[in-house]
Design a protein around this ligand. Structure first.
Ligand code: SF4
Ligand code: SF4
Length: 146
């Protein structure tokens, strides 16, 4: 789930009846246009542990520094470094960064119905599957890279 813009807070809770989402595993949000997958220190530690490597090795092999922040490497074809090229599934799904865990319930997608629909145009999982309550959505929306 690569981001290209920062979410901006908004008071309008147009989604008070909840929203449906179920990932279809298409991998579209982990590839395509250039973007960033931010990784915080706790997340880096967790991913490194999952991969059975030191934190230093993880940073060296899989991350880059962008304006003083750490982001996962993006391959030349736009794929996230952890997107399996064959299955198009995430190779670190269980420990993926918060940014990936909280998609599509990002503030930037929730600001308006139109913004949500824009996200849905790119993500076939939006508006299908399980219904997330507004409380669940708000919890996910507020989670930050750690
Ligand atoms: S269904 Fe949506 S969240 Fe799942 S991989 Fe595709 S674009 Fe990403
Ligand atoms: S870490 Fe996994 S879920 Fe996140 S962008 Fe990369 S492949 Fe996708």
């Amino acid at each position: 789930m690569k981001s290209s813009k920062t979410g901006i807070g908004n008071n309008s809770v147009w989604y008070r009846a909840g929203l449906r989402f179920e990932c279809k595993g298409c991998g579209a949000c982990c590839s395509g246009a250039p973007g960033y997958v931010w990784v915080g220190p706790k997340e880096a530690q967790r991913i490194a542990g999952h991969l059975g490597m030191s934190l230093t090795e993880f940073y060296m092999r899989f991350t880059r520094v962008v304006s003083g922040r750490i982001s996962l490497i993006e391959l030349a074809n736009g794929d996230c470094v952890f997107l399996d090229p064959k299955t198009r599934l995430c190779r670190i799904y269980a420990v993926r960064p918060t940014q990936c865990q909280t998609w599509p319930f990002w503030t930037s997608n929730l600001v308006t119905r139109e913004a949500w629909q824009e996200a849905a145009n790119r993500c076939p999982g939006c508006n299908s599957g399980r219904l997330y309550t507004v409380q669940e959505i708000e919890r996910l929306r507020r989670l930050r890279t750690a």
